[in-house]
Design a binder for this molecule. Structure first.
Ligand SMILES: Nc1nc2c(ncn2[C@@H]2O[C@H](COP(=O)(O)OP(=O)(O)OP(=O)(O)O)[C@@H](O)[C@H]2O)c(=O)[nH]1
Ligand SMILES: [Mg+2]
Length: 429
């Protein structure tokens, strides 16, 4: 069964008012920067932003998140600006979402919903589409009344027709059942795709794996292209990359590594998406080294680093060694901008993936690092030379040992300085 879910909303809104809320513990400029990012997300989704507004409150209003007075203020504004949506820079509860839609009679989207929409529009491969569909369905389940028009498109290819109209509650119950059934279907389809991926991954298990991680738009794909000679999509848009791409790269000391470009992270990345993108994010979790790419020319660079670390924490990937890569140094107005970050991350590599500055030094550093970690070797060791195997266990990492009738066939990684002692048993490296 071919399941290719069309995850795009059929009638996306076109003119939106953005609403930020500065709660007691927030700092105004952070709320403003976050709203700026929301604008970028909206524009990426093809929505025109007709107005931005920030409300300061001690705590969210349980009914509307914003205050009732603010809701009243919005009514004429929506009319005047001919807006067809309001977009919140927060996660609304399903009830708040519904109440706002009823009160204002326009589509109400929260930050999570918007991020899901951007992902939906940008998902090109089957796996990415399935992952987005899964996240959307899980997000939709408690919000069904609102999401319905959107969800009706998700049915394509999933098999099984459904009636569109039914009386009140029954319809809702039917919708819920339908969504649950589809969650099951999408999961199954994803499992099939993931099986293929697992096979690919097994074939690569002996290679050193390096993954690019970082905030969306930091320049991961640009760096990936520069290091691999590839031309994956790199552009000034949020979430240009949704699939991971892996290529072989040879380092200056001839070691071969597998470099993966991955999906970018963002503040308040919906947990449904992190969960749904588990397979894609395996490249991150299974890496031997992470290159954390940061756009140092961004005013929020520090907060972005923190947001990325949070997602890595969520993925339980904080134990993986990580190199900080400060990108876009060509964009910096003065060196002063860097000082605080430099003092926090003295080992960070300063580069411009775009112009190429610092990239060679980075490659050298990687090569030195892996010289220590070792080269991948295949060896055939006769049973009479057990000492060689001991050496491998002592100084290197034995990845696989097969005891055949004539000899032991070993795949291992060994620091270069010990290579000589086992070189006579090498089959190939
Ligand atoms: N000035 C400058 N721009 C850069 C540099 N590296 C990347 N860019 C630009 O930054 C934008 C984003 O680059 P990408 O490589 O797509 O970023 P990404 O991290 O892969 O982003 P996502 O895939 O969306 O998460 C593009 O317009 C790049 O041309 C750099 O060193 N200097
Ligand atoms: Mg990218």
């Amino acid at each position: 069964m071919q399941v290719l879910y069309d995850t795009r909303a059929p009638n996306p809104p076109s003119r939106a008012i953005l609403i930020g809320v500065k709660l007691r513990d927030n700092v105004m400029h952070e709320t403003e920067e976050s709203l700026q990012e929301l604008r970028q997300l909206a524009e990426t989704a093809g929505i025109e932003v007709v107005c931005e507004t920030i409300q300061s409150r001690n705590a969210p209003n349980p009914t509307y998140f914003i205050g009732e007075g603010k809701v009243e203020e919005l009514k004429p504004l929506i009319e005047e600006l001919n807006a067809d949506a309001i977009i919140f820079d927060e996660e609304l509860s399903p009830a708040q979402n519904r109440n706002l839609e009823r009160a204002l009679d326009v589509a109400t989207i929260d930050r999570t919903g918007l991020i899901l929409q951007v992902f939906a529009q940008r998902a090109l491969t089957k796996e990415a589409r399935l992952q987005v569909a899964l996240a959307q369905l899980e997000y939709a389940l408690p919000r069904l009344t609102r999401m319905w028009t959107h969800l009706s498109r998700l049915a394509t290819g999933g098999g099984g027709s459904r009636r569109l109209r039914g009386p009140g509650e029954t319809q809702l119950e039917m919708d819920r059942r339908w969504v649950r059934r589809n969650i099951g279907r999408v999961r199954k389809a994803l499992q099939a795709v993931e099986k293929q991926r697992a096979v690919q991954r097994r074939n690569r298990s002996e290679k050193i794996k390096v993954s690019l991680v970082g905030y969306t738009n930091a320049g991961k794909s640009t760096l990936f292209n520069r290091l691999t000679g590839e031309s994956v999509l790199a552009e000034d848009k949020l979430f240009a990359t949704l699939d991971s791409t892996t290529r072989k790269v040879e380092l200056p000391q001839k070691q071969q590594i597998l470099l993966s470009d991955t999906v970018g992270f963002i503040k308040k990345l919906p947990h449904q998406l992190v969960a749904a993108f588990k397979a894609t994010l395996e490249e991150v979790v299974e890496a031997d080294l992470l290159l954390h790419v940061v756009d140092v020319s961004h005013p929020e660079a520090e907060a972005q680093i923190a947001a990325v670390n949070e997602v890595l924490d969520d993925l339980e990937a904080t134990d993986i060694p990580m190199l900080m890569i400060f990108n876009k140094i060509d964009n910096l107005q003065t060196e002063d901008d860097l000082q605080i970050l430099r003092s926090q991350y003295p080992d960070a590599h300063l580069i411009s993936a775009h112009r190429g500055d610092g990239v060679e030094t980075l490659m050298e550093a990687l090569s030195n690092r892996f010289a220590e970690l070792g080269t991948n070797l295949s060896l055939t060791i006769p049973y009479t030379d057990g000492k060689a195997l001991d050496l491998l266990y002592k100084h290197g990492t034995v990845l696989n040992a097969e005891y055949a009738s004539d000899a032991i066939h070993v795949k291992a990684r060994m620091p270069n300085r010990y290579l000589k002692s086992v070189s006579e048993f090498l089959v190939s490296s």
